[in-house]
Design a protein around this ligand. Structure first.
Ligand SMILES: Cc1ncc(COP(=O)(O)O)c(C=O)c1O
Length: 416
């Protein structure tokens, strides 16, 4: 699905008014929120949806009285909104959880009872620990974990992925985009290879979904996970499962819990207010798009925002790599790429650079961001990781110029 909706610098200026946190200053300078890959700011519409819920409808589910009925309705609407966000044809495929990590652990515990010793699970060297640790834990049950290699250029080695996937592979756990290097991975290849051997494909869409429209049907995923706090919503994990799949898994649950998908994997009382905030976040994104359906508006908005963010990323990438002493890690912006850029500065620990920038009101992350394996594979663990900036719909060129100026100053002092 393509559309002509664009997202311009003027739209960015307009959208900034919707995010109350962007008004914050440090002394006389505005805070520059370039920390989006670790979680974005939220628009007023999300804040309002959450507080309205607590003000008017706060209740547990399935009661025979007004506030409970409202809660049921709002949660159902959230499921439908998330289904539209992920391109899922049926809301019954969308489950909620505390976080992506928690949902992954729940799935891996269920797989302990399904997989047999000698079965294989393939993970990658590029993934966040949340898409590695839960599967590596299966080793204790005799499951063999294989790891597809990362190339020095920050891309996964497709040939190695093909080598690691064998007739014994039951699950391929694959990230759509890297939160450390911004790499967008070849999900079609992972799908083709996993399908050839009859393995499930589980996609970590946490970083990807913040920047690109997700289409579960086109991806042909068996499982897909993401987190709403990365796309302007609250801290809630989201799970898609292929029809029939969740019902076949022995997930931890009380006997009072509903057996069917999507409820089967949801334990206890969910964070209702946060979930209602997720619906508001999806609707907020859609408000920047065009089309007759929510799905069309989401896709067109995300495409416009993706192009805008790509421009910011390319601008930063192009300029930061020219600063003497700076090395940029990960792919360039000539192809699909998340607007998340990691660098190292000769002679400067990332933590010191982040602190110096923080003192100027420029918020960026240092370290490994739980993407420890790619940092190790690139030999960057000894250097205490990288300095990461990520660009969202509300970021501007002026903020990037401030960041570039700050980095140039830090590199200059280090080189002097
Ligand atoms: C790519 C990626 N996967 C998984 C996660 C974990 O998500 P959550 O915090 O919802 O557990 C993150 C969080 O940073 C991430 O960036």
């Amino acid at each position: 699905m393509t559309s002509n909706t664009t997202f311009t610098a003027a739209d960015c200026e307009r959208c900034r008014r919707d995010f109350p946190a962007l008004a914050r200053t440090l002394g006389s300078v505005p805070l520059a929120f370039l920390d989006g890959p670790a979680g974005t700011q939220v628009p007023e519409a999300v804040v309002e949806a959450i507080s309205a819920y607590y003000r008017t409808s706060n209740a547990n589910t399935h009661g025979e009285f007004p506030t409970s009925r409202e809660t049921d309705r709002l949660l159902h609407e959230t499921r439908e909104a998330v289904a539209a966000f992920l391109g899922v044809p049926d809301w019954r495929r969308v489950s909620f959880g505390q976080s992506m990590t928690t949902l992954s652990f729940t799935l891996s515990h269920a797989l302990e009872h399904v997989l047999q010793p000698g079965d294989e699970v393939v993970i990658t060297q590029l993934d966040h620990e949340a898409n590695r640790g839960p599967w590596q834990g299966l080793q204790e049950r005799g499951i063999v974990i294989r790891e597809a290699a990362l190339r020095p250029d920050g891309r996964l080695d497709g040939d190695d992925l093909a080598r690691q996937i064998t007739k014994r592979t039951r699950l391929v756990a694959f990230g759509l985009a890297s939160n450390a290097l911004g790499t967008v991975n070849d999900a079609a290849l992972a799908r083709r290879l996993s399908k050839e051997v009859g393995a499930w494909l589980l996609l970590d869409a946490v970083h990807y979904a913040a920047h690109f429209p997700v289409d579960v049907v086109a991806l042909d995923a068996d499982f897909l996970l993401c987190s709403a706090y990365k796309f302007y919503g609250p801290h809630v994990g989201l799970l898609y499962t292929r029809p029939g799949l969740l019902e076949s898994l022995p997930v931890d649950r009380l006997r009072t819990q509903e057996q069917e998908s999507p409820f089967r994997i949801e334990t206890g009382t969910l964070n209702h207010a946060a979930l209602i905030g997720v619906k508001a976040a999806v609707e907020y994104i859609a408000s920047w798009g065009s089309g007759g359906t929510l799905r069309e508006r989401i896709v067109s908005a995300m495409e416009g925002i993706a192009a805008y963010e790509h421009g910011l990323g390319a601008y930063y990438h192009d300029n930061v790599r020219r600063i003497p002493g700076v090395t940029v890690w990960g792919p360039d912006f000539s192809g699909p790429r998340a607007p998340t850029v990691s660098i190292t500065i000769d002679g400067v620990r990332p933590i010191d650079a982040a602190r110096a920038l923080g003192e100027r009101g420029i918020q960026v992350w240092d370290g490994n961001f739980y993407a420890l394996r790619p940092i190790e594979a690139l030999g960057l663990a000894e250097r205490e990781g990288v300095l990461r900036a990520g660009f969202m719909m509300y970021n501007t060129r002026q903020e990037i110029d401030r960041l570039l100026e700050g980095i140039a100053r830090i590199a200059e002092i280090a080189g002097a």
